[in-house]
Design a protein around this ligand. Structure first.
Ligand code: G6P
Length: 591
């Protein structure tokens, strides 16, 4: 899983490749590399670690090259396993997973070929070399015909030093045509700028970038023409602006992200069509991964409580393989910050193929998800750099809550317009209150495990709080329904185990406090996040932060803010980089 780039033109390739790769690091930063042809001389530069370690390669001569930033699937994140992989005349960068690598590799070994990496990707260079009889694209096509799995490929050949051949199956690939040359990348922002025409390669297609010309081909070798995508490249490059980390800066942008997202549904040009679809929906299924899955769980409470429509929330990687029932009138909402998560894309595609109307909720215009959905609602969080999602989660909640409200209005359900309208301002207040968790850091930094408890919507926020905490602190944590604790998890509570309790519903407060008391009685240290200040003085509570009251259903949009802050401060206290946690990537583009 990874990001790939390429360039052929009149400029020097190396700086263009490095700048493109930096923009793709959200797809992985375990290792990186570039291959640049200087005439027919293949120059390879690879390093373990992030793209920053490639700086020395910036000076390479040559106007054609390919590059890669990796998130390791097969083989450790070492220099040896870094792309590009070179075999014979060919250098290859690959995003995806080759599932039949074992039999293919055995055939190569029988022919006496040797491998220099443990990756599944190196096999592609071997196959292309094996299939090459002087026709570059034919060799790539023949090699691809033998591959099973997912791939976006860019290939260089020393025998044709003005040409890059591209292929795509189930992993995204876009091309750019600019004044100074031709570009390729895993996503549009990596190559987008004024005056560049962008084309998207579809599944099964091939392309040749030769000199100043792009040629597109179908899987069976037929030449086709394509229209450029209509995109807007006015995106600003995010900077830390005085914050120590992007994560902290992005948390400070939560109120703005929510306020901007609030305007989306009223301005959606096809709102009456969408309203119609939703109004007739007998059933809504939300599919997503990671933090986006948690926003789906939070939204289920809102859709069901306000609009009284049954909602199921599925982890996309489970949905796609469980042979889901898609009844007539099912609406599938696919939620994805990046719009590139492989499992979410596959789940959305499957739902659509089975007759569902797919509504995408994504933060990235022109993302793969935005391109495949029937309706697209954009969260306006702005670009998010830190791997741990923060402002995009709050923006997803804002959008999904607004959709639930829209539906409630149309179906005669419960309408909470005023509470919803106030959310961005209350999020700013919650952000100020959240600074209170800074003083809690010492109790968490050396903890063996941490528990996040809540009931109802508080439970949903607890799930996200726990995910945030474990991914950047590397400490084990669990988000748990307060009422379920006694069925097993309570056995893990020891003296001084930190328990973070969420309490934002007066209706459920005493019930949650029962569970809190059960942990306290077994030695837990209890940290409370609440909008009910009277609970702060309870005997069980060691520390507390009071956030504003926004009503039970919408409360995760506020209660998650101190949880994000807690994860951030503990991560920093443990000496971690919260922006780039180990082993993770911002967007997971393989299954
Ligand atoms: C990765 C990221 C998470 C994110 C998840 C889903 O695991 O590290 O922060 O929530 O992917 O990503 P998406 O772009 O689909 O929301």
């Amino acid at each position: 899983m990874c990001g790939i780039v390429g360039y052929v033109g009149t400029g020097r390739a190396a700086p263009i490749l490095l700048d493109g790769l930096k923009k793709l690091e959200y797809r992985g930063y375990d290792s990186a590399g570039i291959a640049v042809l200087d005439g027919s001389r293949m120059q390879l530069f690879r390093r373990a670690g992030s793209v920053a370690y490639l700086e020395e390669a910036r000076k390479l001569q040559g106007c054609i090259g390919i590059g890669h930033t990796r998130w390791a699937t097969h083989g450790a994140p070492t220099e040896q396993n870094a792309h590009p992989h070179v075999y014979g005349r060919f250098a290859v960068v690959h995003n995806g997973i080759i599932e039949n690598m074992q039999p293919l590799k055995e055939a190569c070994l029988k022919r006496g070929e040797t491998f220099s990496s443990e990756t599944d990707s190196e096999i592609i260079a071997h196959l292309i070399e094996f299939c090459y009889d002087g026709d570059f694209i034919k060799a790539v096509r023949s090699a691809c015909a033998r591959l099973e799995g997912a791939y976006a490929l860019a290939v260089l050949c020393t025998a044709e030093p003005d040409t890059i051949v591209l292929a795509r199956r189930a992993s995204p690939l876009v091309l750019g045509e600019g004044e100074d040359g031709l570009y390729l990348a895993s996503d549009i922002p990596a190559i987008a700028r004024k005056g560049i025409k962008i084309y998207a390669l579809s599944d099964g297609e091939f392309a040749i970038l030769r000199g100043r010309e792009i040629a597109f081909y179908t899987e069976d070798g037929r030449k086709i023409s394509k229209d450029p995508i209509d995109y807007d490249c006015e995106e600003e490059i995010p900077e830390k602006k005085g914050f120590a980390h992007f994560m902290r800066k992005e948390m400070s942008e939560i109120p703005l992200a929510m306020a901007n997202t609030q305007k989306i549904i009223p301005c959606y040009p096809r709102i009456s069509e969408l309203r119609e679809v939703l109004c007739h929906a007998e059933y809504i299924e939300i599919v997503a991964c990671g933090t986006a899955y948690h926003s789906g769980i939070c939204a289920k409470y809102a859709f069901e409580s306000l609009a009284r429509v049954p909602v199921a929330v599925s982890i996309a990687s489970e949905y796609r393989y469980r042979d889901p029932i898609v009844k007539k009138g099912t609406v599938v909402i696919a939620v994805s910050q990046s719009g590139e998560t492989a499992d979410t894309l596959a789940a959305a595609e499957l739902a659509r193929a089975r007759g569902a109307v797919v509504v995408a909720v994504t933060n990235v215009r022109f993302s793969s998800l935005a391109r495949l959905a029937d309706h697209v609602l954009f969260t306006c969080a702005g670009r998010e750099i830190a791997v741990a999602a923060t402002k995009s989660f709050n923006a997803q909640l804002m959008l999904l809550y607004s959709l639930a409200e829209e539906l409630a209005r149309a179906r005669g359900g419960r309408v909470c317009g005023a509470e919803l309208a106030e959310l961005p301002a209350l999020a700013a207040e919650a952000g100020r209150a959240a600074e209170g968790v800074r003083g809690w850091t010492a109790h968490f930094a050396g903890a063996k495990s941490v528990f996040f408890l809540g009931r109802g919507a508080d439970y949903c926020a607890a799930l996200e709080g726990s995910l945030k905490f474990k991914e950047i602190t590397y400490l084990p944590s669990e988000g748990y329904p307060a009422g379920e604790l006694k069925h097993g998890t309570l056995a893990l509570v020891e003296r001084n185990t930190p328990v973070v309790a969420l309490l934002t519903s007066r209706r459920l407060a005493e019930k949650t406090m029962n569970a809190v008391h059960e942990t306290y009685a077994r030695g837990a240290k209890v940290f409370l996040i609440t909008c009910l200040p009277e609970y702060c003085s309870r005997e069980e509570v060691s520390f507390s932060v009071v956030i504003p009251d926004c009503g039970e259903i919408f409360s995760p949009a506020l209660s998650v803010i101190p949880l994000q802050a807690l994860a951030y401060y503990v991560s920093v206290a443990r000496g971690n980089d919260p922006d780039k946690p180990r082993n993770l990537a911002k967007s997971v583009t393989v299954e």
